[in-house]
Design a binder for this molecule. Structure first.
Ligand code: GLC
Length: 433
């Protein structure tokens, strides 16, 4: 068959299998999301252009104020590392349409702003230098491009806009070396076949054979090759189907882009609880930072992230997160202790944010426990297992105060793979929950 210049060829080596490509991501568990753009100059949430109906011309003028004078990608990457995050993803273009990279297809870029910098290039280099994996976010929806909305009904507009989209994605997948992860966002107003998503992602994979692609270039639409590699629940740690990889994205306060009036910072134990819940359900947790317009990061954000990093590094609490697997527990909605559990092989890590003093009980265990220890102190814990015959674990002679102020982890070394069943009734009747 004759090849047109537009056809994409797969790289010689072909595409590694899903589990090969996923290996680092499944181990990593925790990443950093960064939302930065012109909206950060206003400091009123990244949807400000739409929510306040700012006309394109007026909004565009913000590009002249994009100086990025405090943009320090090395500091961002170091912060991610100190926070225990293993990868970082940056918004290369959010819904506002402003590109943080050099482009041959538009002048609406950071390189043409007073900053005169290719933010993506500097970001990628800094993240790589810290030994972290590199992620790029790209919003398909575009409020700035003249065809960004009327591409829905006007076929010529659609052709122009889809070519533009494929062209920009090609640029970010070509100009910055190896990219580990691509996070598409909001496919409004087209459906996957409108975007030509199959071809788009075929191109991405031909340029970056090892890349992981999220599910937002067309969710599960019949007949398409979607939903790509991993699911992306937002502000929720609900697991995807057990044959799907997933990552929950969340914010430190209530918005992704910098919002100077939003002071509702989530506490460190709350954020750790989300991380545990993701890991225990077989997913990852990517936590967002929204730098100010000048590129600096608020103290509150830094201290929440450092708090998480301290906990992860503190005497190996990280052992209960990195490389853990989906654990077969009956999810603890009515859970007295605060959070849930993760597992690795036959070890179950029980995460506790509410400490009751010298004794603790855990119900529903289906396996025998061989030994128990407090992860952050290494201290052995005494225990007894009773009731049918393993369902009631009683830990005793524990320290009166929580050994770890944010969240204490107890590792239970078990005889078989950890599993817990509770159900709604007080006991299980065979075959009835
Ligand atoms: C959304 C929002 C957006 C944010 C994103 C992060 O869909 O539109 O502003 O970038 O979620 O997942």
């Amino acid at each position: 068959m004759k090849k047109t210049s537009k056809q994409v060829q797969l790289s010689k080596g072909g595409i590694p299998s899903l589990s090969e490509r996923m290996a680092w991501f499944r181990e990593a568990k925790f990443g950093m999301f960064i939302h930065w753009g012109l909206y950060s100059i206003l400091g009123r949430h990244e949807w400000v252009m739409n929510r306040e109906r700012i006309p394109v011309k007026e909004y565009e003028a913000l590009a002249k104020k994009f100086t990025a004078e405090k943009f320090d990608p090395k500091a961002w990457a170091r912060l991610a590392k100190e926070s225990g995050q293993k990868y970082v993803a940056l918004t290369t273009k959010h819904h506002e349409g402003f590109c943080l990279f050099d482009s041959k297809l538009t002048k609406y870029t950071s390189v043409n702003s007073p900053a005169r910098r290719d933010i993506v290039a500097e970001f990628v280099e800094a993240v790589r230098a810290e030994g972290l994996h590199v992620g790029l976010y790209y919003s398909l929806m575009d409020w700035h491009h003249p065809d960004g909305a009327n591409c829905l009904h006007d076929l010529k507009a659609r052709k122009r806009f889809v070519d533009y989209t494929h062209g920009l994605v090609r640029e970010i997948m070509t100009n910055y070396g190896k990219i580990d992860y691509l996070f598409y966002d909001v496919p409004w107003p087209l459906k996957p076949n409108g975007w030509d998503s199959t071809k788009l992602n075929y191109m991405v994979r031909s340029l970056q054979p090892q890349i992981l692609i999220n599910n937002r270039s067309g969710w599960g639409v019949e007949g398409s090759l979607m939903p790509e590699d991993f699911d992306t629940p937002e502000n929720s740690t609900r697991a995807s189907a057990d044959y799907r990889d997933w990552e929950s994205c969340d914010t430190l306060n209530g918005s992704w882009g910098w919002n100077k009036a939003d002071k509702e910072w989530k506490s460190v134990p709350n954020l750790l609880g989300k991380l545990v819940s993701c890991a225990g359900n077989g997913g990852n947790f990517i936590l967002n930072v929204g730098p100010r317009g000048d590129g600096s990061i608020e103290e509150e954000a830094i201290s929440s992230l450092r708090g998480m990093g301290d906990w992860l590094k503190r005497n190996n609490n990280g052992e209960s997160i990195y490389g853990t697997e989906r654990v077969n527990t009956e999810w603890m909605n009515f859970n007295p202790h605060g959070t849930s559990a993760t597992a690795k092989g036959n070890t179950m890590y029980w995460h506790i944010t509410r400490w009751y003093g010298k004794e603790l009980w855990l119900g529903g265990l289906q396996m025998k426990v061989r030994s128990a220890r407090i992860v952050s102190t290494g201290e052995k814990v005494k225990f007894k297992q009773t009731f049918k015959p393993t369902e009631r674990l009683h830990l005793y002679d524990l320290p009166v105060n929580p050994p770890d102020k944010d969240m204490t982890v107890i590792a239970l070394e078990c005889e078989s793979k950890p599993s817990q069943r509770l159900g709604a009734g007080h006991v299980w009747v065979d075959g009835v929950q």
